[in-house]
Each structure stands twice: as C-alpha cells, then as structure tokens.
Design a protein around this ligand. Structure first.
Ligand code: PGA
Length: 218
C-alpha cells in the first residue's frame, strides 16, 4: 500500500478523563501499524505525549492551531516554540477556523511561517483546489465545507481529481489527504484513490473503536 496518513482531529471535544480512556482502549485494541497523527486540544498534548512514550505507542502528535505571533506579550496565544515541545505537526486553516473565527489567507500564511520557523510540519487545510497554499507547506488536507461533520463525504473519485489538481499546481507537496465525514464504511473508497495520501478524521475519531474501524478498513 502507498504511504497513507491517518489523522484523528479531536477538535474541542474531550476532557482529560476522556482522553485517558481513549488512549487506554486504543492501546488495548489497535493492531495496525499505520502512520497515525493525533490532534488533541492544547491542554492535553503533554498527557498524550507522556502516555504514548510510557506505552511505546508509535503515533505522532499535532496541535490543532498555532499563534501567528512568536513568543512574547500575546496573552492567550500558544506559540510554535511551546507547541514544538510536544508535537511535530500543526493543523492550519481548518474550515471551522476560517468560517467561525474568520481566519484569513494572510493570517494563515503567518501561522505557516511560525510553524516552519520552529520546525513544525503544517497540515494545511483547503476547501477546494483554488485556495492558495503558502510556500513551505508539504501536507495539504482537502476538506470541502459540505462534507465536514455532516455525514455526507465528498465523492471519492471527485476528491481524487481535486487532489490531483492540487498536486499539479504545487509539485512540492508530499501528501494531499482528504477530510470530511470519513468512516469505516467509506474509508476504503478514499484510500483506493491514486492521489489521496491519507484521511483527516473528526467525528469518527472521537471513539477509539470507530477510529480503529477506519484503520482496519482502509
Ligand atoms: P468530520 O471532520 O470527520 O467530522 O467530518 C473532518 C474534519 O475536521 O476535517
């Protein structure tokens, strides 16, 4: 099988107790050796990292956001240097942040700069093939708005065409992944596509059983 990333985006959904339960169940039940990236909320990065080390789990960690500012007097911001202590990746440009928090292309480009400055790998989300992708990005997640959290995924063949177009426009990309209502039932349709190199999973990453189902059926 081609290299394929599985990203669990827990969004703003879990308490620390729920995070611990997820990790315990996942540790007992997961048998796959797939490349997995887990994106918890900021306050849980430290716990997940320590749990992972103590149990010799092989997944990587992503933050769900990064400050557009460096270290300094920016109350409430979490900067790249702080994130790098715990995570290798950072999700930037998710449509929930673009739509609900009004994050603009300019702001997102600054966030990418901050990530790259400290050696974090951006996972840059785009909603269609026309969204501009800042220089230095290597991993893009194609996530059409209508598919996120709705139970209505994009047609896999269409997602493949979009991924191909994005790669043609940005040849330096190593991965174009797909996000939006991925489940155990439909993941195989996406993993079978030539230009899709992973899935970013929201709703179906919240329960460890659902996420393991996705790993098993890809
Ligand atoms: P979803 O979320 O799996 O709930 O559609 C996907 C995403 O956050 O990109």
């Amino acid at each position: 099988m081609k290299p394929f990333l599985f990203i669990a985006n827990w969004k703003s959904k879990k308490t620390l107790v729920a995070v611990r339960e997820w990790l315990e169940i996942f540790t007992q039940k997961n048998e796959s050796k797939d490349q997995i990236i887990i994106a918890p909320s900021f306050p849980h990065l430290d716990f997940v990292k320590n749990f992972s080390a103590a149990n010799m789990l092989s997944f990587s960690l992503a933050a769900q956001d990064i400050s557009s500012f460096p270290e300094g007097a920016f109350t409430g911001e979490v900067n790249g240097v702080q994130i790098k202590e715990f995570a290798e990746y950072v999700i930037i440009g998710h449509s929930e942040r673009r739509n609900l928090l009004k994050e603009t292309d300019d702001l997102l480009a600054k966030k990418v700069d901050q990530a790259l400055r400290v050696g974090l790998i951006p996972i840059f989300c785009v909603q269609n093939e026309n969204v501009s992708i800042p220089a230095g990005v290597r991993i893009v997640s194609y996530e059409p708005d209508a598919a996120i959290g709705t139970g209505n995924p994009d047609d896999a063949a269409h997602a493949n065409i979009v991924a191909e177009k994005i790669k043609a426009k940005y040849p330096a990309l190593t991965h174009v992944i797909y996000g939006g209502s991925v489940s155990a039932e439909n993941v195989q349709e996406f993993s079978a596509q030539e230009h899709i190199n992973g899935v970013l999973v929201g709703t179906k990453s919240i329960s460890p059983e659902d996420f393991i189902g996705i790993l098993k059926h890809a």
